[in-house]
Design a protein around this ligand. Sequence first.
Ligand SMILES: Cc1cc2nc3c(=O)[nH]c(=O)nc-3n(C[C@H](O)[C@H](O)[C@H](O)COP(=O)(O)O)c2cc1C
Length: 197
Amino acid sequence: MAKDAADPFATFVAWYREAQGHADIPDASAVNLATASPGGAPSNRMVLIKEFGPAGFVFYTNLSSRKAEELKANPLASLCFYWAPLGRQVRIEGPVSHVGDSEADSYFATRPIDSRIGAWASRQSEELVSRTELAGRIARTAARFAAGEVHRPPFWSGFRLTPDRMEFWTNRSGRLHDRVGFERIGADRWRRFLIYP
Ligand SMILES: Cc1cc2nc3c(=O)[nH]c(=O)nc-3n(C[C@H](O)[C@H](O)[C@H](O)COP(=O)(O)O)c2cc1C
């Protein structure tokens, strides 16, 4: 990328580092993820971004969850970070693809043992009869893996959202906020523009 080219990732990295270092932001990686059903009905929830860069923003989840089912049918999504103490919002939109198995395996191996067992035990987004049922599934999973490594379940992996549009919002007085948009115009090229608040 040319030195003076519009680069939303440089801004994102700078803002993310500030958010990470801020005492009043418990987890800068927490982001709202919006997906939509094939019919266009939206749904959203929070996830944690585990990796990001020009290739995209990666989160992990159960592949039978509502979000994953929606992404299977309609692989477009958007993310919205809000770092209130900094008065900043970042919106990111684009297509979503699966991360590779080895990438998912490597990340899964870094997770605490309870989270790895939980990934096996939870039927994320299905109806749960009682917490007792969940506790039973966790106990059985822990027993099953007692003697060995808890490898990644085949139904748990990551998605990478590759942005084709990003927007950086900064709080300003009188609601005359600053909005800077970026639209992808090539593999590694972006158009930068201002947006009315
Ligand atoms: C701060 C925060 C972070 C979360 N991170 C994740 C995550 O990284 N992956 C995940 O599957 N669920 C995560 N969750 C739970 C989701 O918000 C959601 O309840 C779950 O994934 C089921 O969503 P779905 O039924 O729309 O698929 C997180 C929740 C919160 C509040």
